[in-house]
Design a binder for this molecule. Structure first.
Ligand code: XMP
Length: 182
């Protein structure tokens, strides 16, 4: 696996530091916007968000639940041409709850748009979005999320939960792959 790596974009220490800072911001915002009896639910988008979520929740000292959500992408050569749909069950009974959707990377915005639309139909008390990375693409409007770990160039990255063909999720750093590995 190591010889497939082209470049380390973010070392594990840098990721840990950024996750801590995002986690502390979310904790502070939740403190300010919810009371003790309010229900908080984190909705990670599988599978890419699992490593990020596992680290993030340890900075949230609140009583909270996790409701996973899975998105299927229909193959396209680029992320722009991919079509997506929800796969499996959607977390239910979100009415009146504070919902935070957690994803690994914000690229075209299709995933967060779809998930946010579906969650909003359930009338949550609040809905926030949190991504570890946001891709910056030239000539494309900047997409918004409430919490963003890193703004990254338009490159395909793997590691820390992100995959290529379902491999490399276990790499502790966020890296690019050598062309031969793709
Ligand atoms: P959208 O375009 O819906 O993309 O905002 C979000 C989803 O696309 C996948 N994605 C990537 N996965 N390395 C990956 O491993 C990447 O560089 C990358 N860019 C987009 C990912 O599944 C994410 O949830």
């Amino acid at each position: 696996m190591q010889h497939d790596i082209e470049r380390v974009l973010y070392h594990r220490d840098e990721i840990a530091e950024r996750v801590r800072s995002v986690g502390e911001r979310i904790a502070k915002d939740l403190e300010a916007s919810s009371s003790l009896s309010d229900e908080i639910i984190l909705v990670p988008i599988l599978t890419g968000a699992i490593v990020f979520l596992a680290d993030l929740i340890r900075y949230l000292p609140h009583k909270l639940r996790i409701g996973v959500l899975s998105v299927r992408s229909y193959d396209g050569r680029t992320t722009e041409s991919k079509d997506i749909a929800l796969r499996g069950d959607i977390p239910q009974n979100l009415q009146g709850k504070h919902v935070i959707v957690v994803d690994d990377i914000l690229d075209t915005g299709k995933t967060l748009n779809l998930v946010s639309t579906i969650i909003r139909e359930q009338n949550p008390a609040s809905l926030r979005t949190c991504v570890l990375m946001r891709k910056i693409v030239e000539d494309r409007p900047l997409l918004a999320a409430d919490y963003i770990g890193f703004d990254i160039p338009n490159e395909f990255v793997v590691g820390y939960g992100l995959d290529y063909d379902d491999y490399y999720r276990n790499l502790p750093d966020i890296v690019t792959l050598r062309p031969e590995a793709l």
